[in-house]
Structures are given as structure tokens and as C-alpha cells.
Design a protein around this ligand. Structure first.
Ligand SMILES: [Cu+2]
Length: 175
């Protein structure tokens, strides 16, 4: 197939756009609606919800619930989380649409401030990983974050390899 200069330029530009789009989508922060469609509620199984999520630095938690019925209390320790010790809180939110930014790697604990709700399972343990960590939450607990934490918002080099192969293949098929 014969292509003129304009067609080549357009194709190369299209490939470049796709690559840019892929990179920016991977690097952009995610919003996690806590509890999924069930939201922040006693009936939600938060352990199973969190196990299906990967929380990265820069992501946000969004707690949605009926204002006045529930609240969001951030607890200071695993011990407070386990024993539902709401008194040892570091932060408290109650708008019904509360956004919490996960600004650094580590584990954070949340519970409902309404009496009895935490004991009914309305509590959340979130472990945030560096932005360029692998997206498999199962392995992140045993292996500490590597030295590449200097640029947490940028995807790791591994994600560029398939993109680069695609670009090279496209370039060869055009010229
Ligand atoms: Cu509650």
C-alpha cells in the first residue's frame, strides 16, 4: 500500500495520541466510592470491597451515606480499628458525601461514628501503595515499596514497553 507524506504524518500523530492517552489514564488518580453501589452502610461488606480495589497515592475515597444516620471517623491505629475505639479519632466527617485523599503510602482506618455501627462491621481498612507499584494488592503486603518511589504519580517503566513496541511496529508498517 502506497501512502503519501500527509497520510504518514496523520497516522504517526494518531499513534502518538493513543500513547499519550494511555499514559495519562494510567497516571491519573482514581475515585473509590466506598462500598461500591451499596455505599457507606452497615449492610456493606467492606473487607470484600477493599480486596477488589487497588488504592494508589493520589486516589480519593468517597464516602456516600445519609447525613445524620452515619458519619466517617478516621482512627489512629489498627488497635482502635479492631476494638472500634471511636474515641481515638484523628479526623471526623459528616456531610454524607465525604472525600478523603490518600496522599501517601500506608494503612488508614475508618469507622462509622454512630453508636454500634462499627461493631456491626461498618469499618474500613485501606492500604495505599505508591502510584507506580504493581496493581496486585495481594503481593504488596509482603514486599515493601521499592526505591522508585521518587515519582509516585508516574507509571513504571514496565508500562511503557508494550507502548514502545506498538509505536515501533506502527512506524515500520508506515515507512
Ligand atoms: Cu453508621
Amino acid at each position: 500500500m502506497k501512502m503519501d507524506g500527509v497520510q504518514r504524518a496523520v497516522l504517526v500523530l494518531l499513534v502518538a495520541c493513543c500513547v499519550l492517552l494511555a499514559i495519562t489514564q494510567q497516571a491519573s488518580a482514581a475515585k473509590h466510592a466506598v462500598g461500591g453501589s451499596q455505599g457507606w452502610d452497615e449492610s456493606t461488606n467492606f473487607d470484600s470491597w477493599t480486596s477488589a480495589q487497588t488504592f494508589k497515592v493520589g486516589d480519593q475515597l468517597v464516602f456516600k451515606y445519609s447525613q445524620g444516620l452515619h458519619s466517617v471517623v478516621e482512627l489512629s491505629s489498627e488497635a482502635a480499628y479492631k476494638s472500634c475505639d471511636i474515641g481515638k479519632s484523628v479526623n471526623s466527617l459528616s456531610t454524607g458525601n465525604d472525600v478523603v485523599k490518600l496522599d501517601k503510602p500506608g494503612t488508614r482506618y475508618f469507622a462509622c461514628g454512630t453508636t454500634g455501627h462499627c461493631g456491626q462491621g461498618m469499618k474500613l481498612k485501606v492500604t495505599t501503595v505508591a502510584g507506580n507499584a504493581p496493581s496486585t494488592p495481594a503481593s504488596s503486603s509482603s514486599t515493601p515499596a521499592s526505591t522508585s518511589a521518587a515519582s509516585p504519580h508516574f507509571p513504571g517503566p514496565a508500562s511503557f514497553v508494550p507502548l514502545m513496541i506498538l509505536v515501533i511496529l506502527c512506524a515500520f508498517s508506515v515507512f
